[in-house]
Design a protein around this ligand. Structure first.
Ligand code: PMP
Length: 423
């Protein structure tokens, strides 16, 4: 194949795409193919180690043979019908998912994107509770539909000039460097009190609180260990549901199948997307039998859980179990964390290392100022040396390490050594 190269891609992007989608790098490469943890740029003959996995999507690796084979077989046999006809992959997937979901989460609805899953999860919470309002946290991100955007706690992702009424923002569970707050336990208590205040002020009106167990876009922000247990009992006192958004954290990334399992609770509703399809567009929200029974009005997502994406997702669940990816992510994540801690000791610019499993962040600061520009410089230099890492954070100053879960110790050594040089 003849590749047009980055300059022409940028030109076409400028001429034909709506200008809202940004890309990383001053000098971006054209990625032409990928296999497991590597991307290839055949235009310039370069190979890259992928440490961002298309934002936590390719947990099982790019073009993973086992998953691709199951997907292609299904594509050749029965591609699409929609849910008005009976097919097997979607029910097999619902059954297999119920086996890996925590606690009594048992029933699922399939759709296409993380935003659609969260929108559905919030609708379900309204139907079950008969209430219409929501609480969300500073630093959270839940989607780009009108309602999910209204519960984004990161201002750059609240694009619409108007927001949905009845959405209430509570304090984050993680200390923000800009406010010079460093005490994690104190921040947890502040977060819980701000939630309680809203629950009291909006008595009997709040359907649910939506939250990421680890805030990905917010900068890989991790809660104080006892936060979720306290949060759950507070919400129960007010008959308010807990929606865990596992869109970015799900499917073995954090060393558990779902990140919320690191904190010892089961939410009332869970949403998931990204890694469920390992590149196929599929998402879901899942809940208990009791809550599910409140959703009987008709609802349909034309392409949601179609035979091809369901077959891919089934192969994903199978691959995670067969290759023990939860254990591997934990082991590799701990190893990566140690490497990053070592770098923190060497380089003053790193304020904080945090994360679970293969979802790790390194926050860069200059004094108390977020070092967003430095993060961009680091990303560019790492790319030039053949490694693609990510960035996120409310102040865009956090290096994000979210590789495919099949990476090896050698890959991590390369990243740590290269990052040491670059820093
Ligand atoms: N929730 C979380 C936690 C996410 O990280 C994202 C996307 N980054 C979404 C929801 C929205 O997912 P999608 O882009 O698939 O709509």
């Amino acid at each position: 194949m003849d590749y047009i190269g980055p300059q022409e891609i940028l030109l076409k992007k400028h001429n034909y795409q709506i200008p809202c989608s940004a890309h990383f790098f001053n000098n971006p490469p054209q990625l032409t193919r990928a296999k497991m943890q590597y991307y290839y740029d055949d235009f310039n003959g370069k190979k890259y180690l992928d440490f961002f996995a298309g934002v936590s999507v390719m947990n099982c690796g790019h073009s993973n043979d086992e998953i691709i084979e199951a997907t292609i077989n299904q594509m050749k046999t029965l591609q699409h019908t929609t849910t008005i006809y009976l097919t097997q992959p979607i029910v097999d997937l619902a059954e297999e998912l119920s086996k890996v979901l925590p606690g009594d989460l048992n029933k699922s609805f399939f759709c296409l994107s993380g935003s659609e899953a969260n929108e559905g999860a919030m609708l379900l919470a309204k139907l079950y509770t008969g209430r219409n309002e929501f609480i969300y946290l500073d630093g959270g991100l839940h989607g780009r539909t009108h309602l999910t955007m209204s519960v984004n706690g990161i201002d750059m992702w609240r694009t619409s000039p108007t927001i949905e009424p009845g959405t209430h923002r509570a304090t984050s569970f993680y200390p923000d460097v800009v406010n010079n707050k460093f005490d994690k336990e104190h921040t947890m208590n502040e977060s819980l009190s701000s939630i309680e205040k809203i629950l009291i002020e909006r008595k009997d009106k709040i359907a649910a609180l939506i939250i990421e167990p680890i805030q990905g876009n917010g900068g890989i922000l991790t809660p104080y260990p006892s936060y979720f247990k306290k949060l759950q009992s507070l919400l129960k006192e007010h008959s308010t549901l807990l929606i865990a958004d596992e869109v970015q954290t799900g499917f073995a990334r954090t060393g558990k199948m779902f990140a919320i399992e690191n904190f010892g609770i089961t939410p009332d509703i869970m949403s998931m997307a990204k890694a469920l399809g390992n590149g196929q567009p599929i998402s879901a929200f899942s809940t208990t039998d009791k809550i599910a029974d409140s959703f009987t009005k008709p609802s349909a997502s034309t392409l949601g859980g179609n035979p091809v994406s369901s077959a891919a997702a089934l192969a994903v669940l199978n691959y995670i179990e067969k290759h023990a990816l939860q254990e591997h992510a934990k082991k590799m994540g701990d190893y990566l964390h140690i490497g990053l801690q070592y770098l923190k000791d060497q380089h003053e610019i790193i304020r904080d290392i945090r994360g679970y499993g293969l979802m790790q962040g390194a926050e860069l600061v200059e004094g108390v100022h977020p070092a967003g520009k430095k993060v961009d410089d680091v990303l560019e230099s790492m790319k030039d040396k053949g490694i693609l890492i990510g960035k996120n954070g409310i102040h865009r100053n956090v290096l994000a390490f979210q590789p495919p879960l099949i990476i090896t110790k050698d890959d991590i050594d390369v990243v740590i050594n290269t990052l040491d040089t670059v820093l």
